[in-house]
Design a protein around this ligand. Structure first.
Ligand SMILES: Cc1cc2nc3c(=O)[nH]c(=O)nc-3n(C[C@H](O)[C@H](O)[C@H](O)COP(=O)(O)OP(=O)(O)OC[C@H]3O[C@@H](n4cnc5c(N)ncnc54)[C@H](O)[C@@H]3O)c2cc1C
Length: 326
């Protein structure tokens, strides 16, 4: 047994494994093995593993639901800690959740407890930790709207950060910027119209089924939509490149974002295929693994899309999906 593995086992426990396929732990079903792999079943496990990785100075990566990552074909040369700390507690309208709880499971539990306020999370893949890190959301809302505070592992210590201190913005937070780890989160929900909320959840789930290519492995939207408040664009160039009128531009950007799916559709990039990776025909912002795709196929396809978009409408796309092991 190599020394590092032995030291990890000494510090975290016997359950550390070697050479575990990460493809099996991602929605994309792509990627090589993790050199070391540990499943944290509770908050103590998670903190113990993080401290051990720090002490041994080993590269490490937190895996949540694996719904927003692309793992390199060569895998990850370090310790992958899978967050399966899944306890939660509901007290009145307060919800305390460990970071490994799946958002959809927590949504179901809060509905059962008669709580409302985050129907937008219907069908949102991934964990609460992943959602807090990237301020996951839909339909103009996000986890930052319902989060009171989070316990975060930052610079070797666990500390509690308020909503304000977490600095949420579009698909972003201080956790993401600093590479910190979410241990648990406290949410504040409401006692609203439960029947209406349940109908909304169903409608959002149906909408995902209708609009997203859920029959193929994927990692959600690979690029962030263009936030028109933060990103200066050349509107004339965009309208010309996309071949759209002023009216069509207004309609497409009515939520102050230019959706990447709209751009890809207008630039006729849907269906483009490299190896086993394809720009989804159903939703242009998704790349789907149609036939044993390798990470390199996805990377080539992403580069190709970025080049087209930059050349034709002068906008630089930025990845939403996290690249691991590149
Ligand atoms: C079909 C589909 C639809 C999607 N729809 C949406 C959508 O509508 N809106 C949206 O916002 N996203 C969407 N996504 C993307 C994804 O669901 C979110 O980004 C989700 O929050 C990722 O959570 P995860 O646990 O799967 O993270 P992972 O994919 O496991 O990891 C993503 C990143 O988060 C980090 N991370 C994970 N857990 C923690 C933690 N505890 N602390 C710190 N960092 C952590 C990882 O290290 C990695 O860098 C979609 C994805 C898919 C596959």
């Amino acid at each position: 047994m190599d020394n590092i593995l032995q030291e990890l086992k000494n510090k975290i426990g016997g359950a550390v494994k070697e050479n575990v396929s990460l493809a099996d732990h991602t929605w994309f079903k792509i990627g090589g093995p993790a050199k070391y792999f540990f499943i944290a079943k509770n908050n103590d496990d998670l903190v113990k593993a993080l401290k051990a990785a720090d002490e041994l100075k080993i590269d490490h990566f937190i895996l949540g639901g694996g719904s927003n990552i692309l793992v390199s074909d060569n895998g990850y040369d370090g310790l992958v800690i899978k967050a399966e700390n899944k306890d939660y507690k509901i007290e009145g309208t307060n919800v305390f959740a460990e970071s490994g709880v799946l958002a959809v499971d927590l949504l179901e539990a809060t509905l059962k407890a008669g709580l409302t306020g985050w129907s937008w999370a219907a069908g949102l893949p991934g964990t609460i930790g992943g959602a807090v890190r990237g301020n996951a959301g839909a339909y103009g809302k996000g986890i930052g709207d319902i989060l009171v505070s989070a316990e975060v592992f930052a610079d070797g210590k666990v500390k509690e950060l308020s909503n304000k201190e977490l600095k949420f913005s579009y698909r972003d937070s201080i956790v993401k910027q600093k590479g910190w780890i979410v241990i648990s989160a406290k949410l504040k929900l409401e006692k609203g119209d439960l029947k209406k909320e349940q109908e909304q959840v169903k409608a959002y789930n149906d909408r995902r089924q209708q609009t997203q290519p859920l029959n193929y492995p994927n990692a959600g939207c690979v690029f962030k939509n263009i936030d028109l408040i933060e990103t200066p664009i050349n509107k004339e160039k965009v309208m010309k490149g996309l071949d759209i009128s002023e009216e069509e531009f207004k309609e497409a950007t009515k939520f102050n974002k230019l959706p990447v799916s709209y751009i890809i559709d207008r630039l006729d990039l849907k269906g483009k295929t490299i190896g086993g990776a394809q720009v989804s025909e159903k939703h242009g912002a998704f790349i789907v693994n149609v036939d044993h795709a390798r990470a390199e196929h996805v990377i080539m396809l992403m580069s190709d899309i970025k080049m087209h978009v930059r050349n034709e409408i002068g906008i630089q796309l930025h990845e939403e999906v996290q690249l691991v092991g590149f």
